[in-house]
Design a protein around this ligand. Structure first.
Ligand code: GLP
Length: 241
């Protein structure tokens, strides 16, 4: 794993933006895997600014999001559909039919999962998958204990994840308890992975990822086995304070 250390969150976001832009511009069709959460927000803002200033086009880009809550409508401000529109899609020139997010309102959720993996395969896989890191080592919504070979599936969120994400909701009772997530097997098929980590509350998780064993109880540890991973992390996340 290639680790890039940055001074702070701002700097991490700038490095991530440049990293993503270089990749997108290097190919005539590009499949980008996207993450939500707090960590990539400024990276997305930077991509928007770059689009406005330098007119970088996304017409050749297709995106696949990692996950979505079950039971929230696309108009619900806490759904990842809403998040992606707000933080990226509606500000760039990506065609709407080239952005994919699991449908947490599908009548047949099992089929939705199978279809999502098929869709990614039909597009010849993801060129670059952006990831954030959960406090308990989750990636996407793959909680500790998830088998490493799982494809897209339905998950019940760990209590700590519901608590961590409650900050985005009016009340913790409003946080959905289930989600659809690309599995670790699906994520590991990506040709390249970019993991973004910021803040001292992620220090322990990042330390475990960099120095611990590969262990299903710590989902992100599987990234040690991927041949093309870059981690951009700020000082607070990397250093013991
Ligand atoms: C959330 C999301 C993940 C995200 C992670 C970290 O639960 N499902 O995709 O990467 O947890 O979130 P944050 O960046 O807000 O710390």
């Amino acid at each position: 794993m290639n680790v890039i250390q940055t001074k702070n969150y701002q700097d991490m976001s700038e490095k991530a933006t440049q990293f993503i832009l270089d990749k997108i511009k290097s190919k005539s069709t590009f499949k980008l895997g996207l993450a939500t959460g707090g960590t990539p927000v400024t990276t997305y803002q930077n991509l928007i600014q770059d689009h406005q200033k330098n007119h970088t086009s996304y017409q050749h880009v297709t995106t696949f999001n990692l996950d979505e809550y079950i039971g929230l409508s696309n108009e619900n401000p806490n759904s990842y559909h809403f998040y992606m529109n707000k933080h990226l899609f509606r500000h760039i020139d990506i065609p709407a039919n080239q952005t994919f997010i699991p449908n947490g309102l599908a009548t047949d959720l099992e089929k939705e999962c199978v279809d999502y993996d098929k869709l990614i395969d039909e597009h010849d896989g993801i060129d670059l998958q952006i990831l954030g890191l959960g406090h308990n080592g989750h990636i996407g919504f793959n909680e500790p204990g998830t088998p490493f070979d799982k494809q897209t599936h339905i998950v019940t969120l760990a209590e700590s994840t519901v608590e961590a994400n409650a900050r985005f909701f009016d009340s913790i009772d409003d946080v959905p308890t289930q989600a659809i997530t690309m599995g670790i097997g699906s994520i590991m098929k990506s040709k390249e992975i970019l993991l973004l980590v910021s803040g001292k509350e992620k220090h322990e998780a990042l330390h475990k990822l960099l120095h611990g064993d590969v262990d299903q109880q710590f989902p992100a540890s599987i990234l040690q086995r991927h041949k093309n991973v870059t981690i951009i992390a700020d000082e607070d996340a990397i250093m013991e304070k």
